[in-house]
Design a protein around this ligand. Structure first.
Ligand code: SF4
Ligand code: SF4
Length: 384
């Protein structure tokens, strides 16, 4: 459907949000929230960041003011869509005491929030192409295997996806080499590209689904002229060209196989705090644990699923102890799964090159630099 392209002005952007709300979607979009861009309910375009960019490097994330009209120049935010679709905590079993006996209470409909009647119907506006690529990876885990994860499925099925192609890369981005950005390829309902040579900014809109076409036709935007389309595409190409980090993911399985005893693992383990920040900010890390909880007076209890991290000692706890007791073995497991073993499981790398794990690692450990050290290739970075 990329042969159909429209030009959106600010008035169309406002209508896009209101038409989605009228269709019953809970519209979510990026907003400045204290020191970061995060996702929250969106009622109009004025709530989007304006003239805001971000500066990242290993262990560093800061918002910064820009002089232009751009609303989407802040790269991947610390939040990812994982938080909305594969939520941090989900209670599966609710129980209450009655007359001295415990009773299992009727649960919520799969995917519904606590106390809610039905799963939310989300419209995400402004997700990045690397986030869209991350959803494809979560889909493979939760929807395409022998067992479908019904909570994720209920929220994901209805989600309306408006991706915004990146025309500004952050220092930590390497999506171009992972083939996950800066332009979205498939999987969206509408793809926007911001044209910042005019003020206020305009948007190239391309539909990726029938409901995407219907949305743009409903907001009666004019067709985009060829010169405008070419300028938007060029801005996206420039965002790819400035990325200096890269990972050759196709060679990763071979590199990992020959690097199992590489001294680099030990060096990196001396820096790694095993805090798990990288896994929590990663949009594709999906591991969970189950926990039981009871009210302090014993009147209610339940079983919940919570995000877990392969960096914790207990992650591999089986009868009698943990399998991966050293930080070295845990870092090796994480990097190996992201770049190599995921390919064997799901046919793609488990990393989209969003760079979140680099910016949000308190020790400034850089996955692209670590891979380069193992592969024996030169790479810009911080040095260990
Ligand atoms: S491993 Fe790091 S760069 Fe890759 S998707 Fe996860 S957070 Fe992003
Ligand atoms: S690599 Fe960084 S973010 Fe990940 S566990 Fe180690 S110190 Fe924490």
């Amino acid at each position: 459907m990329r042969d159909k392209a429209w030009r959106l002005g600010p008035e169309h952007f406002g209508r896009l949000i209101s038409v989605l709300a009228e269709q019953g979607y809970e519209v979510l979009g990026p907003q400045v929230d204290g020191p970061a861009v995060r996702w929250g309910p969106l009622t109009g375009p004025d709530e989007l960041p304006q003239g805001i960019g971000a500066e990242t490097s290993p262990g560093h994330y800061r918002l910064k003011q820009r002089s232009g009209p751009e609303r989407f120049a802040w790269g991947p935010s610390p939040d990812s869509l994982k938080r909305w679709l594969h939520v941090p905590e989900e209670c599966f079993v609710h129980a209450a005491q009655d007359n001295g006996a415990f009773h299992i209470l009727p649960g919520e409909q799969p995917g519904a929030p606590p106390g809610g009647a039905a799963p939310p119907k989300f419209a995400f506006i402004g997700m990045r192409p690397c986030d869209l690529a991350a959803l494809v990876r979560l889909d493979a885990v939760f929807l395409k295997g022998p067992y479908v994860e019904e909570h994720y499925s209920a929220r994901r099925r209805e989600a309306f996806l408006v991706v915004v192609n990146c025309t500004a890369s952050l220092d930590t981005c390497f999506c171009a080499s992972m083939e996950c950005g800066p332009g979205a390829r498939t999987g969206y309902d509408v793809a926007l590209t911001e044209h910042t040579a005019e003020e206020p900014a305009a948007y190239l809109a391309e539909a990726g689904s029938a409901r995407g076409v219907a949305l743009i036709e409903a907001i009666t935007a004019p067709r985009a002229e060829p010169g405008f389309i070419a300028e938007c595409r060029e801005a996206c190409k420039q965002a790819a060209a400035v990325q200096r980090r890269r990972v050759d993911w196709r060679t990763a399985p071979a590199v990992m196989l020959r690097s199992f005893e590489h001294p680099r693992w030990e060096q990196t383990a001396r820096r790694c705090l095993a805090c798990g920040n990288c896994t929590l900010t990663c949009p594709t890390c999906f591991c969970v644990n189950t926990i039981e909880h009871t009210a302090i007076d014993g009147s209610t209890g339940g079983r919940s699923r919570v995000w877990d991290s392969c960096f914790t000692q207990n992650f591999t706890y089986i009868h009698g102890g943990s399998v991966r007791t050293s930080v070295k073995s845990r870092y090796r497991q994480w990097l190996g799964h992201k770049l190599a073993w995921w390919q064997q499981q799901f046919g793609t790398a488990g990393c989209t090159g969003c760079g979140r794990c680099i910016a949000w690692c308190p020790a400034g450990i850089d996955i692209s630099e670590e891979f380069a050290a193992l592969a024996g290739t030169a790479q810009g970075g911080t040095g260990a």
